[in-house]
Write a new protein. Sequence first.
Length: 492
Amino acid sequence: MIRKSAFFAGCAVLLLPHSAASQTLGESLEAAYANNPTITAQRAAVRVADENVPIARAAGLPSVDGTATFQENVLKGEPSPGGFFSDPERQLVGSLNATVPLITFGAVRNSVAAAESRVEASRMGLRSTEAELFTAVVGAYMDVLRDEAVVQLNRRNAEVMGFTLRETMERQRAGNRGPTDVAQAEARVALADSQLETAQARLISSREAYIRLVGLPPGELVQPPPLPQMPPSPQDAVAMAAEHNPQLLAAKAERQAAAQDVEAAEGELYPRLNAIGGVSHYDYLGSLDPGTGPRNGDRGTTAFLGAQLRVPIFQGGRLTAQFRQSQARHSVAIERVLDAERTVVADTRSAFATWQAAQRVIDSAQRGVDANQRALAGLRAEVTAGLRPLLDRLNAEQELLNAEVTMVTARRDAYVAGFALLAAMGRAEAQDLNFDTSALYDPMVHYEEVRDRVFQFDRGPDPQAAGTSTLDTPPQDAGVSPSGHPPVPPGG
């Protein structure tokens, strides 16, 4: 079992006030949670599913409809002399009719249950979207930290190469170096400059990707907290994912809804008993001849009560086809649960393996950095003493840079892989990140508001954008503060 308290404590620290220029991982996640259009759209999709419940319930509730008809009779028969009836010249009729379902053989009940199961599936989809978004934000956050560190490393390397070139040219003038040494130093300066330009371009791209997800420029990012204790084995990770992964839970909810659809479709094959009633008022608007008309009246009111039994006898095969179709959809949902289960197992095991491999890469990269630092220190002394050619020192400088970049990348990969493993296990959602309670989106609020609404004009507010635009954010550059975070960010 994962001890979430460590990660909760880390995120709680992240949410403490910082300087205006600094930005923490917790603040980045919370900003994305509040304004990213992907997640706000998914919340709207959950509200769409919520409305299917009152729609399904409406089939089992009384319905009342009214009609009003006015007609002008432009052609009419001539009454017989002294007849009792005459044709009116005009008439106005208003009526109200009510139908109350009494027996539906479970069609309505199962339709409501299926709609509620799909609401649950949509909520699991929202959880999955949260986890995917947070994993992407963590990746973008760590990408910026990595690329800032790589820019710093390449900038330092460019400065070292520039110093080496100047030193080599001075030694050439003193007769201690030849033109080949100068050319080699010039080539490494050019290489260092190109590597720095590439690193700066990549940093700009990472910062723009961060803005796309978070909606704000990254500013000066603070080092992330350590991840919580991870599962000891892939079997433990899979066991937790099988219980908590939202994609798998959503597939299971859809399977339950499909089973209830079968029951609802079966109910449509049976008779329905409704109570019916109505009231009607007619008025011939003074257009009847005196002493004639229904019951010798120019206006009147009628009403009725009764029962209606609707028996589907022959529908051209439509109802049985719909029943078989619901059974086939249930089969689809059953297979999709198995497919989701396979996906969860594979993703969780892969995330665990990637995380473990990244930890081992960190250890190897650290040994490589240490060894290259020792080698470079010795080569500098030997080159200065004339015991080794300058090219050996230049190669050692490049190898140290490569090792340091590998270290930075490995630490980024380990943190992102660890968070992805948490996401696969269903432990990387808003409720797991110690957000301010007031910032959490509760899908139950809208569901409870709309489930029992029955009034004709009980509408919701006009749709407004909940996500934010990034058109007004400034274009990013590759500037890195010298006093910023160290070149190698800490791992998880």
